[in-house]
Design a protein around this ligand. Structure first.
Ligand SMILES: N[C@@H](CCC(=O)N[C@@H](CSCO)C(=O)NCC(=O)O)C(=O)O
Ligand SMILES: [Zn+2]
Ligand SMILES: [Zn+2]
Length: 193
């Protein structure tokens, strides 16, 4: 049994080009698409199983990476964008016609403030950073996309692609969030290493 994880990774991971420096992304509208331009490659590109990140139809994961917000500009169709959930930490801006998410932006104090979340499958260019890991795998159960008994099969399929799986973000990103919280609380411990 194989799951439709996401068309970009179902048949293996193709490496990006570390010297690639950006391109343009567009929504699915045939007429007057919303387009955005990125002046840098993405980082922390990952498969996300959470309920909030945009997934193409039939896929159980989203593929999402980040860019500095200063690298992103809306180049057309700005008037078609709406914020999907304005109470979410990541304010996802989607096209009101095709519902594709163009970018997610954080507007509050947060470890990831300054980074925008984007889906580079919306670009025709090649060279974007490849997928690094899978996050929020168990969230696919919450949405009824995967049976609880199937979750380990999904993890196995992802591991075969050479990716690690997590039920939150990767340890590096979770540590970055924790460091931010510890600093805020004035308790960040200095390393004795
Ligand atoms: N089980 C929940 C988890 C949602 C969640 O926490 N998502 C993460 C990752 S999104 C990109 O990797 C998150 O940081 N969300 C903040 C936000 O969406 O504003 C679910 O599935 O809904
Ligand atoms: Zn659209
Ligand atoms: Zn997500």
């Amino acid at each position: 049994m194989s799951f439709n994880l996401h068309p970009v990774i179902n048949n293996g991971i193709s490496k990006g080009d570390p010297s690639f420096s950006g391109g343009s992304l567009h929504c699915h509208c045939k007429a007057s698409p919303v387009t955005i331009s990125l002046t840098s490659n993405i980082s922390h590109n990952h498969a996300c199983g959470c309920s909030k990140c945009w997934k193409p139809s039939g896929a159980i994961f989203s593929i999402v990476g980040v860019v500095p917000r200063g690298s992103l500009s809306v180049t057309s169709g700005n008037e078609k964008l709406f914020v999907v959930d304005s109470t979410a930490v990541i304010r996802r801006h989607a096209c009101k016609e095709c519902k594709v998410h163009l970018f997610g932006r954080i507007e509050q104090e947060h470890a990831f403030y300054g980074l925008d979340f984007v889906h580079v499958e919306l670009s025709e260019e090649k060279g974007w950073q490849e997928v690094q890991f899978a996050a929020f795998v168990s969230s696919t159960i919450e949405q009824g996309l995967v049976a609880a008994e199937e979750a380990d099969l999904v993890r196995g399929q992802i591991k075969k692609l050479g990716l690690e799986t997590y039920d939150a973000l990767s340890p590096g990103l979770m540590d970055a969030i924790a460091v931010f919280t510890a600093k805020k609380n004035g308790v960040l411990r200095e390393s004795k290493l």
